[in-house]
Design a protein around this ligand. Structure first.
Ligand SMILES: Cc1cc2nc3c(=O)[nH]c(=O)nc-3n(C[C@H](O)[C@H](O)[C@H](O)COP(=O)(O)O)c2cc1C
Length: 506
C-alpha cells in the first residue's frame, strides 16, 4: 500500500512537471508568434509580411523546401533543368553498374523541333554489337605528342571548386577508365596525381599553379609541370560556356589554407581571376601564347572557349593561315553556352554564347574551310552526359567529348545546386570535412570508371546501329533533326559538310 502511494506520488509529480513545461512551451511559442506578428506588421520592406503577418514568412520556407522536394515528388522525368531525372538516372545506373535497359517504351517526346535522331542502318553488322573507338594523336608535330585513348574525358573542374575526395576519385577513376582529367583553372594539386591518369593542365586567366608572384606566366613552373610524365597537354582557358567574359569565381568560404597555397592567394578571400589573360588581347597574341607554351613544354597546347560571333573564327584562322599551320593550336575545346560552373552570374549563364548544337558544327566547318581540320583536334563540351548527345557530338565533327557534370553525378551529385556555397550535401563541392566524409574516393573512383565504360559502350551501340565500326566514323548524315512540321531533315542539310580546299589553295 505504502509502495503504491509512493509510486503514484512520483507519477503525479512527473505529470504536474510535464504539464507546467507544456504550458511554458506553448506560452513561449505564443509569445514568439506575437513578437513576429508585431515585427511583420510594423516593418515596411516586405508587403506580403505586412499584409499577411506570420504566415507570409512561410513563403520563403516553402520556396526553399521546393528546391529539395520538387525533384522527388513533383517534377516529371524529363522536365527538370539543368538535368532531368531521366538523364541523372541513366548516369546513376551506369555508375552503379546496374542494368541500364528501360522497359515498355521511350518517355522522350520525338516531336519537338530540333530533336536529334539517328538514322539506323537497314542491315547493321550481325557479328558484333558495339563499336570501339581507336586512340587518336593530338599535337603530332610536338616534341611530346599525346595519343589519347578515349573519346570521352573529364572536363576541367578546379581543385577548390571541387573537393579533395572528389578530385582523388576523379583521378583514380580516370586511371581505371583510361581517359584524361583536366585540372580546371585551380592548378595541379597532389590529389590530381592520386591516380596514375593522364592530366590536361589548364592555364586560367589568373595562371593559378603556374604564375610568378605578380601573376605573370612562370616559364620555370611551366617546365616543371611539363616534366610530369602524366601532364599530357596544356589548355589555355579563354572562356567557359557558363560565364564568357568573366574570370573564375571561388567564394572565400572555399579558399582553405591548402587551396590558397596551391593557387598562391590569401586564405578565406574570394578568388576572382581576371576576365582575360593580360597578354592575350587579339588573335596574334593568342597564337603567340600557344607557341610560347608549346616551345617551353614540348607538349600539345590548345585553348578552350565558348563561341559567340562565329566570324571571330575567320580572323583567327586567317591569322594562322598567314603564319603557317605549324603555329596552330593542337586542339580547340568548344564549350556550350549552357555549360556548368561552380559559381557564375545568372545573366552570363542564361544569355551569353552559342549552344554546342550550333557552335560545334560551325567550328568544324570553319576548320574545314581553312584546311585546318586535320591539324587541329576538336573537343566538345556542354551537357553531353548521356550516350545520345555524345554520339551526336562525334557525328557533328568532334574528335573528343569532355564532360564535367556527368562525372559529378557519377560521384554522387544530387543536383542540390549548392556548388557556389560550401554546403554541398554530397561532399563534392564543399571543403567541410563533415560533408566530405560521405564521399569515399575508392568507391566513387569505381563509379567514375563504370560511368565512363557505360558511355563508351552505349555510344558504340548507336554507332553500330548506324552501320559504322568506330564512333568517330559517325557523320552528319547519320543524324536527322525534327523540323517545325514534325518531319525530319538530315543534319547535313542544316550544316552541309564543307570540303577542305585543295592543298595548293591554302
Ligand atoms: C563545379 C564546376 C567547376 C568548373 N570549373 C571549371 C574550370 O576551372 N575551368 C573550366 O574551364 N571549366 C570549368 N567548369 C566547366 C566545365 O569544365 C565544362 O566546360 C562545363 O561544365 C560543360 O560541361 P558539362 O555540361 O559536361 O558539365 C566547371 C564546371 C563545374 C560544374
Amino acid at each position: 500500500m505504502t509502495e503504491f502511494a509512493d509510486s503514484s506520488g512520483w507519477l503525479f509529480q512527473f505529470l504536474a512537471g510535464a504539464a507546467i513545461l507544456f504550458i511554458f512551451a506553448i506560452g513561449t511559442v505564443f509569445l514568439l508568434l506575437v513578437l513576429v506578428f508585431v515585427s511583420d506588421v510594423t516593418q515596411r520592406k516586405d508587403a506580403v509580411r505586412r499584409n499577411f503577418p506570420v504566415i507570409g514568412r512561410l513563403r520563403h520556407f516553402f520556396t526553399e523546401l521546393g528546391k529539395f522536394f520538387r525533384q522527388y515528388f513533383f517534377a516529371m522525368d524529363r522536365e527538370e533543368m539543368p538535368f532531368n531525372r531521366e538523364q541523372r538516372n541513366w548516369v546513376y545506373r551506369a555508375a552503379a553498374g546496374t542494368d541500364n535497359t528501360v522497359p515498355f517504351g521511350s518517355t522522350r517526346s520525338l516531336q519537338p523541333e530540333g530533336t536529334i535522331l539517328f538514322a539506323n542502318a537497314a542491315y547493321p553488322d550481325s557479328d558484333f554489337y558495339g563499336a570501339d573507338a581507336a586512340p587518336l594523336v593530338i599535337g603530332a608535330g610536338c616534341r611530346r605528342p599525346y595519343a589519347a585513348l578515349s573519346f570521352f574525358n573529364i572536363s576541367g573542374m578546379s581543385y577548390g571548386a571541387v573537393s579533395r575526395p572528389a578530385v582523388r576519385a576523379l583521378s583514380k577513376g580516370a586511371e581505371l577508365a583510361g581517359c584524361w582529367l583536366n585540372t580546371g583553372e585551380g592548378g595541379l594539386s597532389p590529389w590530381h596525381l592520386d591516380g596514375d591518369c593522364d592530366i590536361v593542365f589548364q592555364i586560367g586567366t589568373a595562371r593559378y599553379g603556374c604564375r610568378t608572384e605578380d601573376g605573370a606566366l612562370s616559364p620555370e613552373r611551366l617546365k616543371e609541370l611539363a616534366a610530369h610524365d602524366r601532364v599530357r597537354m596544356f589548355e589555355i582557358k579563354l572562356a567557359q560556356g557558363a560565364k564568357p567574359g568573366k574570370g573564375g569565381i571561388l567564394p572565400g568560404a572555399k579558399v582553405t589554407a591548402e587551396i590558397a597555397e596551391i593557387r598562391g592567394i590569401p586564405v578565406g578571400e574570394d578568388s576572382i581571376s581576371p576576365n582575360r589573360h593580360p597578354d592575350i588581347a587579339n588573335d596574334n597574341q593568342l597564337i603567340d601564347a600557344i607557341n610560347r607554351i608549346r616551345d617551353l613544354t614540348g607538349k600539345p597546347v590548345g585553348f578552350k572557349t565558348v563561341i559567340g560571333e562565329p566570324r571571330w573564327l575567320d580572323g583567327l584562322f586567317e591569322a594562322i593561315a598567314r603564319r603557317g599551320q605549324g603555329c596552330a593550336p593542337d586542339f580547340i575545346t568548344v564549350d556550350s553556352a549552357d555549360g556548368g560552373t561552380g559559381a557564375a552570374p545568372l545573366p552570363l549563364i542564361d544569355y551569353l554564347g552559342l549552344p554546342i548544337q550550333e557552335s560545334l558544327p560551325r567550328l568544324v566547318d570553319k576548320l574545314n574551310e581553312y584546311g585546318l581540320r586535320q591539324r587541329i583536334r576538336v573537343i566538345a563540351s556542354g551537357k553531353l552526359i548521356t550516350p545520345g548527345p555524345v554520339a551526336w557530338a562525334l557525328a557533328a565533327g568532334a574528335d573528343f567529348v569532355a564532360n564535367a557534370r556527368g562525372f559529378m553525378f557519377a560521384l554522387g551529385c544530387i543536383q542540390a545546386l549548392q556548388c557556389n556555397r560550401n554546403t554541398c550535401p554530397t561532399g563534392i563541392t564543399t571543403h567541410q570535412r563533415r560533408l566530405q566524409k560521405g564521399l569515399d574516393p575508392a568507391d566513387k573512383a569505381e563509379r567514375v570508371w563504370r560511368y565512363h565504360r557505360g558511355i563508351e559502350a552505349e555510344v558504340g551501340i548507336i554507332a553500330h546501329s548506324c552501320g559504322v565500326h568506330d564512333p568517330r566514323m559517325l557523320r552528319r548524315r547519320h543524324c536527322r533533326i525534327v523540323t517545325d512540321n514534325g518531319a525530319t531533315v538530315p543534319f547535313e542539310k542544316l550544316y552541309p559538310d564543307v570540303t577542305p580546299p585543295a592543298h595548293h589553295d591554302l
